[in-house]
Each structure stands twice: as C-alpha cells, then as structure tokens.
Design a protein around this ligand. Structure first.
Ligand code: COA
Ligand code: AMP
Length: 636
C-alpha cells in the first residue's frame, strides 16, 4: 500500500485514533480526551473538551520556543509603495495590545467583532486579537457594498466593528468609512463601537461611536490569551448560498488548528522557518486559513500582499514577491494566472527573477482549467497543483499531497481526497456511481476536523443546505467524477452559486436585487463563461406589462443597483431584456436548463460575455422553451 493509501485508510477507518495523533501538533492548554462526539443532530464535534487559544498556538508559543525574532509577516504593498516586516515577538505584542484595546471596549469571550479591512498587517492583528480574547471575528471582504455589510452586521450582532479608513485598488483610494456608516445605519442591530485604523492615504473624521486605533492602543494594557474549548467558535465567515441571504459558516477552534497544522505538513510540505505566500484576501476563506492562521501555526512566515497580480506594477508582481521573500510554497486562484498570461503570454517577466526557492505552486478557488494548467506546467520547474476546497471545509478536500506522497498531476483534476475526507460521487438516488460517471460530490460523515460546525444562528439551514439531500453525507454543491485511477475531477457547481474571478457569489442574491426593481416582472441571473474571470453574471429580465421605458436605461439602472447593493465584486455588467423565461407548468423557472445553456451543454459551446451572438442563443433558446414544453419532463 502506498503511503497515501495507508494514511487515507487509517483516517477513514479509525478517525478518532488518527486525529488524536494529529492533535499532538497543537500546544493545548489542556489536551482533549474526547476526540470525536456527535451533537443531537448527528454532526461531528472534534476535541470538545480540549482547551487552547489559537493566538497562543500561532504566536506566543513560537516566541516561547525561540522564534521571536523570525519574521511572522512580510507585508508588501506596491499600491501604497510600502513594505514592512513584523517578527513573531512584534506581532504577539501588537496583538496583545490591540486585544487589550478591544477588552477596554467591553469585548469578551463569545462576543462577535466584524472586521472590514484591506490587506494590511492590522487586519491580522485584529483577527488574532479577537482570537486572543476568545471573541468571534467575522471578516467582510472590502469589495462588498454597505447593504452586504449591513446584512452581516445584522446577523452576527457584533459588539464592535473594526475597520480601516480606506482600501487601495491599484491606483484608486476607496474610502471605507462611508460604507461602514451606511451599513450601520441600514442594520437594525447597532454595534456599540467602531475602531478605525487611519491610513495615511485617507484619514477620516471620527463619529460618535468611533475610536481611533492608535489612540486606543496607546492607552491599552496587553491582554492575555483566554482559554477556549476545542469546539468553541473562532470565527463566522459569510459565504454565498443559493438564496439571497449569505450563510455564516461557523468554524470551531481546536479542529481548525489541528487540520491546518496537518495540512501545512502533508499538503503544502512546509516546515517552521519556511515562507508561505497565499495571494488571496483576508476576506475569503483562503485568506483566513492560509494567510492568517496556518502559516503562523506552523511557524512559517506569511506574505501579506496588498496588490493585484497585474498592474501593480505589472504582470511580474507575483514572481517578484516569490523571489524577494524566498517563498517556498505559493498559492493563488487560476484567474490570477489568466490575468498574468493575458498581459505577459510568454512570461518574459518571470525570467527576471530567481525562483529557485519555490518548491510548488498551488491553485484553488475555482477549477484550474486545462489551458491555464498547461501554460503553467510548461513554464514552471515545480509541480503545479490544483486542489479543491470551499469556505465550508476550511481546508482542502482533494489535493496532491506534497508532504506525504507527491503524485503525477493530471490536467483538470484536483488529484485525490485528502486523508479525513471520505469523498463519494452519488447519483440522484444516492447510489455511488462508477469511475468516469458524473454525479453529486459528497463527503461521508464524519467530516474531518476543521470543517464548518454550523451556520450562525440557523441550525435548520445547516441541515437543509448540506445534510438533507443525502442522509449521512455532506453535500458539497459541486458535481464531478473519479477517473479509473481514483483521481477526482470537479466540474462545477450543481446549484446557483457562481465563481467570478475566484470569488464566490450567489445568482439568487443578484436576482433578489434585480427582481426588486419596480419595472421588473421576472428575472433570472446566470453565470456564463468568461476567459479571464471564469464566469460572469448575466441578468435575464422580463419587464412588467405596460413597461414603455427605455430598455437600455433599465439595463443600466439594474447594473448600477447590483453594484450599489452587492458591490463591485459581483461584476454584474450585462442585462438582457427577454420576452420569456423557460419554466415548468407550475411556473418555476427552469434554472438548470438556463445553466446548461450557459455551460454549453445545450448548444455544445458555452455562452461567453464577449460574444453577443452566444447571448442571443440564450435568448432564442428561451423563446423555444416556453411554459409547459416537453423539456420540463426531461431530466436536466
Ligand atoms: N475592495 C474594494 N473593491 C474591490 C476589492 C476590494 N478588496 N476587490 C475587488 N474590488 C473591485 C475591483 O476594483 C473591481 O471594481 P471595478 O468594477 O470598479 O473595476 C471589481 O471589484 C471587480 O474586481 P475583480 O473581479 O477582482 O477584478 P479586477 O480586474 O480588479 O481583478 C483579478 C481581476 C483576476 C486580477 C483578481 O480578481 C484576482 O486577483 N483574483 C484572485 C481572487 C482570489 O484570490 N480569490 C481567493 C481564492 S484563492
Ligand atoms: P469558496 O467557498 O469561495 O472557496 O468556493 C468554493 C467553490 O469554488 C467550490 O464549491 C467549487 O465550486 C469552487 N472551487 C474551489 N476550488 C476548486 C478547484 N480546485 N476545482 C474546482 N472547483 C473549485
């Protein structure tokens, strides 16, 4: 049996023994004696009676072990022309002081804190400070509009909001304060305080509930780490579901710490002292897991990059960073490489840098499309690894395990299930399908440590969204298949979640915004193929009877509305006014048919945003698929 097979089998056949062994990686205050138990609803809970603090495990512990002078963060911000290095000791001290500041504002164990910050070290300081106090952070991505922030504030009910005065997008300064003020105004729940980190690019006037970060920290006493239980929540991270309301994915502390530590060894093959660079954002799960927590837990240095893969200043930005900081393991989304390839197809900029430090390149956030895989594979001397995961799992479900047993890569495949994840492919009846047959990709319970422990404030939704479709299995929402060699191919979502430039968004949420316009009778939003961003949303809209306004003006209004309500990150820039939408006899929109048209399963070629003719196909197809046609009976 190969090393992988042996480890995988042990993790599935004897999960308690396997994860008890892995738990030794963590400096617990009180090691767990109960490794796995199930709650009343049958969901796995890991390490419930262990006591730890993840801030202690990631910072204080390393300082105590003699890593105090090692860089913890390399911050690199070409957009502000700044760089900064923070050692483990410096970061621990800053975190302890800021935790003291939050404590002085009344933040205690279990309280929520919403964080709305760009890629600055202070974002990590704020997250670790919450963890230090046992408070639950909820970081919101800067590209979301006030309404989205308000929805999250209302759901999480934070005692305090922590924000920066601005973000910087390439060469544009984006003031954050008006977004926060508008969000708090819109939210029925009102936080008690807002801490503002003033950036030199844009300093703001403070209002009645606002506190200046620097002043608070100056007055603060450093706070100690508060012990929490293994199953206590570390954070709530909102992600798009199929309805308008985002899901607050709850992450526990102990299982997460153990899973991340295991992944750094087994998947990413990094050791203490190595440099890890994940080019994502703290607002996404990749940022939480592989910018903030995992590298520092493992005693690595993390690169915090405020910039884009291109234009800051050019498509060589990532190569420069890898070379300058001697990065061993690099992780980003395929869309970032597509953007680089567009600007620098022969990767001439890459040749300017010494990349001998790099041992592997990891991609996730969306499917690594074969053309991008081949471009990179031809270019790089190191393995190019697609690995598959989601906000809910918090760490990779399938990967090519560089620290355990590297395997040959295959274009389009995330290789094999990671130990702990019993991945199965089921048909509609819940029966396993054979090799090469597509179906719903599910994970047999128990899910390994690190995966979501619930939906914030909504246990019913946890069950209905993930556990109800196939009892005993977690529904990933992705479709795919295993090939004859046991390699897993993830082919895309089977629901109304779409992936735009590696960002997960809900078409349902966009439909709610579009459908609320007074001139719109009905609408559907679908994701269609885009060569750069993977997918882009297109709104199909039927105006109300009697609408005699200007269609172009309506389209523009709807585009502006989605930008205002959801934010620029939705990239909602195409609306098509149509006569009808394909429906069942009972009047439900045939969403799967629309998805199939967009994916090319109906016409053989995917629709693309750059090709108006293909959008016309969508339009024409809808005319053909009118209410009650034979198509409704067809399995689609
Ligand atoms: N704050 C405010 N606005 C933001 C933002 C942020 N953090 N991130 C993006 N936006 C804005 C952009 O400025 C843009 O606005 P515009 O419509 O006014 O131009 C809009 O949201 C769309 O952004 P995006 O889709 O990211 O397009 P882009 O052209 O700025 O960048 C890529 C394209 C591919 C370079 C970029 O999306 C990327 O690097 N993606 C990788 C994603 C990733 O890391 N995902 C995590 C999983 S690994
Ligand atoms: P997020 O929760 O934002 O990480 O998005 C998760 C979704 O992105 C998954 O359900 C997949 O649809 C998609 N995804 C992420 N990584 C991959 C991958 N390596 N291959 C295919 N799809 C991926």
């Amino acid at each position: 049996m190969s090393m992988y097979q042996d480890e995988f089998r042990r993790s599935i056949d004897h999960p308690e023994a396997f994860w008890a062994e892995q738990a030794r990686r963590i400096p617990w205050f009180t090691p767990p004696t109960t490794i796995l138990e199930y709650d009343a609803a049958g969901h796995a809970r890991w390490f419930v009676d262990g006591e730890l603090n993840i801030c202690h495990a990631a910072l204080d512990h390393h300082v105590e072990q003699g890593r105090g002078d090692q860089p913890a963060i390399f911050w690199d911000s070409p957009v502000t022309d700044s760089k900064r290095t923070l050692t483990f000791a410096e970061l621990r001290d800053q975190v302890a002081r800021f935790a003291g500041a939050l404590k002085a504002l009344g933040v205690e164990k279990g309280d929520r804190v919403v964080i709305y910050m760009p890629m600055v070290p202070e974002a990590l300081v704020a997250m670790y400070a919450c963890a230090r106090l046992g408070a639950v952070h909820s970081v919101v991505f800067g590209g979301f509009a006030p309404h989205e922030l308000a929805v999250r504030i209302e759901d999480a009910e934070p005692k305090v909001v922590v924000a920066a005065s601005c973000g910087v997008e390439v060469d544009r300064v984006l003031p954050y304060k008006p977004i926060i003020d508008a969000a708090i105004e819109q939210s029925r729940y009102k936080p008690e305080a807002c801490v503002v980190f003033q950036r030199d690019q844009h300093r703001v006037e403070l209002g009645a509930i606002d506190h200046d970060w620097a002043t608070l920290v100056e007055k603060a006493e450093p706070a100690d780490c508060v012990p929490v239980k293994g199953s206590d929540p570390l954070y709530v991270l909102y992600t798009s579901g199929t309805t308008g309301k985002p899901k607050g994915v709850v992450r526990d502390t102990g299982g997460y710490a153990v899973a991340l530590s295991y992944s750094m060894d087994t998947i990413y093959d990094v050791a203490p002292g190595d440099v890890f660079f994940s080019a994502s954002d703290v607002g996404w799960v990749v940022g939480h897991s592989y910018i903030v927590y995992a590298p520092l837990l493992r005693g690595c240095t993390t690169v915090v990059y405020e910039g884009k893969p291109v234009k800051t200043p050019d498509a060589g930005a990532f190569w420069r960073l890898i070379s300058e900081y001697r990065v061993k393991s690099f992780f980003t989304a395929p869309t970032a490489f597509r953007a680089m390839k567009k600007e620098d197809p022969d990767a001439r900029l890459m040749a300017q840098y010494d990349l001998s430090c790099l041992k592997a390149l990891f991609l996730a956030g969306e499917r690594l499309d074969p053309p991008t895989f081949h471009w990179l594979d031809d270019l790089m001397d190191v393995p190019v690894i697609d690995h598959w995961w989601q906000t809910e799992t918090g760490w990779p479900i399938a990967a090519n395990l560089q620290g355990l047993e590297p395997m040959p890569t295959k274009a389009g495949s995330a290789t094999v299930p990671v130990p702990g994840f019993n991945v199965q492919v089921l048909d509609r009846e819940g029966e396993p399908v054979g090799a090469m047959e597509q179906g719903s990709v599910v994970i047999k319970q128990p899910m390994p440590p690190g995966c979501l422990s619930g939906i914030w404030g909504d246990p019913k939704r946890f069950h209905s969204a993930y556990m109800a479709a196939f009892p005993g299995y977690y529904l990933t929402g992705d479709g795919g298949y295993f090939d004859e060699d046991g390699y897993l191919f993830i082919m895309g979502r089977t629901d109304d979640v779409i992936n735009i430039a590696g960002h997960r968004l809900s078409t349902g949420e966009m439909e709610e915004v579009v459908g609320a316009h007074p001139a719109v009778a009905e609408c559907a939003v679908i994701g269609i193929h885009d060569a750069l961003k993977g997918q882009l949303p297109v709104g199909l809209v039927i105006p109300k009877d009697g609408f005699d306004g200007d269609e172009v003006a309506l389209e523009e209004e709807l585009i502006a509305l989605v930008r205002e309500k959801i934010g620029p990150v939705a990239c909602f820039k195409q609306v098509l006014v149509v006569d009808r939408l394909p429906k069942t006899r009972s009047g439900k929109i045939l969403r799967k048919l629309l998805r199939n048209i967009a994916d090319g399963k109906e016409f053989g070629v995917p629709s693309t945003i750059d090709d108006p003719a293909s959008l016309q196909d969508v339009h024409e197809a809808m005319k053909d698929r009118s209410v009650g046609t034979a198509h409704e009976a067809r399995p689609i």
